[in-house]
Ligand binder design. Structure first.
Ligand code: 13P
Length: 255
């Protein structure tokens, strides 16, 4: 059985007080309402990581994620955060290659390859984001190959043992923060294509074990249909993860 994961990407939101309140609400609701087999990952901005872990240390299904890390282990890179540091703060997951980082910080497939190596070398789990732009989608063809290519370029140098640790998040750029969501047919089509692409490289058995999450304007109203798709293993949630009720309702959509 593949892991089912609902991860909240807070992006650059939340003061300390707001973050603490959100985490305590999420923990309380998760205890009462979310199946223990559903993995929750909270990905706050870096300043929250230290206290956040302490707040849910006793929760067996709540994990901590960072939103990024540097490709080097240490050094003179003012303002950056390394994978060994994240590990020392007991971070479990690291989001890599979010489209906002690809666009605003010019992160390339090549750079993300190095970041993935760094994350895995520190026993952290990468949540590797991929997805096409609106113009690529509207062109009507080639967008599936493009997204598969993002995996090839940044991940397919990994050994099967390393790749087995990776979580994929398909986030169509046109659906992020826009209120537009991929239909369940569009999500399933891409997720199945990604799994097939992984199977061609690593074999069917390994491909069947890789969680592939959907991200892009996921909310309580559309999560049940999206998560019912056979190749959709949960979600990477932006805006709706900032509201405890919405985030938990999305997590409850995992059957
Ligand atoms: P929204 O859920 O706000 O569309 O953001 C999705 C996302 O980018 C998660 O990483």
């Amino acid at each position: 059985m593949r892991k089912k994961i609902v991860a909240g990407n807070w992006k650059m939101n939340m003061t300390k007080e707001e973050g603490q309140a959100l985490i305590s609400e999420v923990i309380n609701m998760a205890n009462d309402e979310v199946k223990s087999s559903t993995v929750l990952v909270l990905c706050p901005p870096a300043p929250h990581l230290g206290y956040a872990k302490k707040m849910f240390q006793s929760q067996s299904n709540v994990f901590l994620g960072a939103q990024n890390c540097h490709e080097k282990a240490s050094g003179a890179y003012t303002g950056e955060i390394s994978a060994p540091m994240l590990k020392s703060f007991e971070v479990d997951y690291v989001v890599l290659g979010h489209s906002e980082r690809r666009e605003y910080f010019k992160e390339s497939d090549e750079l993300l390859k190095a970041k993935t190596d760094q994350v895995l070398a520190n026993q952290l789990i990468p949540i590797f984001c991929c997805g096409e732009s609106l113009s690529q989608r509207q062109a009507g063809s080639g967008f599936i190959e493009f997204v598969c290519g993002q995996l090839t370029n940044s991940l397919f140098h990994l050994s099967a043992e390393q790749f087995a640790k990776v979580v994929i998040a398909y986030e169509p750029i046109w659906a992020i923060g826009t209120g537009l969501t991929a239909s369940s047919e569009q999500a399933q089509e891409m997720h199945a294509a990604l799994r097939k692409h992984i199977a061609a490289q690593y074999g069917e058995a390994l491909a069947q074990e890789i969680p592939i999450l959907y991200g892009g304007s996921a909310k309580p109203s559309n999560a049940p249909e999206l998560f019912a798709c056979p190749d959709v293993d949960g979600g990477l949630i932006g805006g709706a993860s900032l509201k405890s009720r919405d985030f938990i309702d999305i997590a409850k959509a995992i059957k």
